[in-house]
Design a protein around this ligand. Structure first.
Ligand SMILES: [Cu+2]
Length: 325
């Protein structure tokens, strides 16, 4: 309904109280969970106001012209064809409007595209048709994440969004996401974090997010990547620091599924601990180059070594696989 849409569109306050997932009647962004997405929503609302003001102004002008200069009230039309001042105004005002839009737009672009000092790195590899994740800062373990089929859904789970092994990250930490693909181009998108980046074979892309609320967030592959493109969702579980480290321990021991599910099923943890190093001591004990342990069942699909030199932005490590058609 239009009024609800307007209400939502105008009210940033509404974003605060909204449940994580939209109500069936709702039309707006999902509840935000990262500073980037908050800024994106603010920018969107600002643009929406600009659009409305311009539309109302143009509509008003048209209405005025239609009424004021219609034949019955203005039988003798003016022959004026040029008016210097008017022309200067209608050229410069749009330019100013564009400038007013461009400045915050570029600021947001640089903010979202930058790479702040990360607390941890996750490497994401897109496959036809599932994702696999690696935690190079925590011993380099990795695992595959595939969609839960309709017949296996438990009550309360979301169709086409649920996965067997979600990404787990600690709250309030800057997570660097390195992306590549093993076969064709995929795109890693999580709307609540405001991220969407292509995962391309032979290239290492990078993005980042900082989840500022505990909870579960969903995304989907956003690049047409084949027949099951719509069936490779992304699920991110944002947990407390303590839970995260507990989960890492379990995952490293090779029983990702059992242990991971356990931690995640445990109820939402206490408030996040004050800033402490997430870069677990683990990294010191285990050389980062250590090959992925038993956690990864699908070793043969693994296209890249588990630990990435953090600086490599452009070059993905040799994937050794041809790009599929
Ligand atoms: Cu895909």
């Amino acid at each position: 309904m239009a009024w609800q849409w307007l209400l939502n569109g105008f009210s940033l306050m509404a974003a605060e109280g909204r449940p994580m997932h939209l109500e069936p009647w709702e039309v707006y962004f999902e509840k935000t969970a990262s500073p980037v997405m908050e800024k994106m929503v603010e920018f969107h609302d600002f643009l929406l106001v600009m659009c409305i003001v311009i539309s109302v102004f143009v509509m008003g002008l048209l209405t005025y012209v239609c009424l004021r200069f219609r034949q019955s009230s203005n039988p003798v039309a003016s022959k004026t064809t040029h008016h210097t001042l008017l022309e200067i105004i209608w050229t410069s005002v749009p330019v100013l409007i564009l400038l007013v839009i461009a400045i915050p737009s570029f600021r947001l672009l640089f903010y979202s595209g930058g790479s702040p000092d990360p607390d941890l790195t996750i490497k994401v590899v897109g496959h036809q048709w599932y994702w696999s994740y690696e935690y190079p800062d925590h011993g380099g373990f990795g695992y595959d994440s595939t969609m839960v089929e309709d017949k296996d859904l438990k009550p309360g789970q979301f169709r086409l969004l649920e996965v067997d092994h979600p990404i787990v990250v600690p709250v309030d930490r800057t997570v660097r996401v390195q992306l590549t693909a093993a076969d064709v181009i995929h795109a890693f998108a999580v709307p609540a974090f405001g991220i969407k980046k292509d995962a391309m074979p032979g290239r290492l892309n990078e993005t980042w997010f900082k989840a500022d609320k505990l909870g579960t967030y969903y995304g989907q592959c956003s690049e047409l990547c084949g027949v099951r493109h719509g069936f490779m969702p992304i699920k991110v579980q944002v947990v407390s620091e303590a839970d995260f480290l507990k989960w890492v321990e379990g995952a490293k021991q090779g029983s990702y599924a059992a242990y991971g599910e356990q931690v995640i099923a445990a109820k939402p943890a206490e408030a996040p601990a004050p800033k402490a190093p997430v870069k677990a001591p683990v990294a010191a004990e285990q050389p980062a180059a250590k090959p992925a342990p038993a956690v990864r069942p699908a070793q043969e699909t693994q296209p890249t070594p588990p630990a990435q030199p953090a600086e490599t932005q452009q070059q993905a490590p040799a994937s050794g696989q041809d790009k599929a058609e």
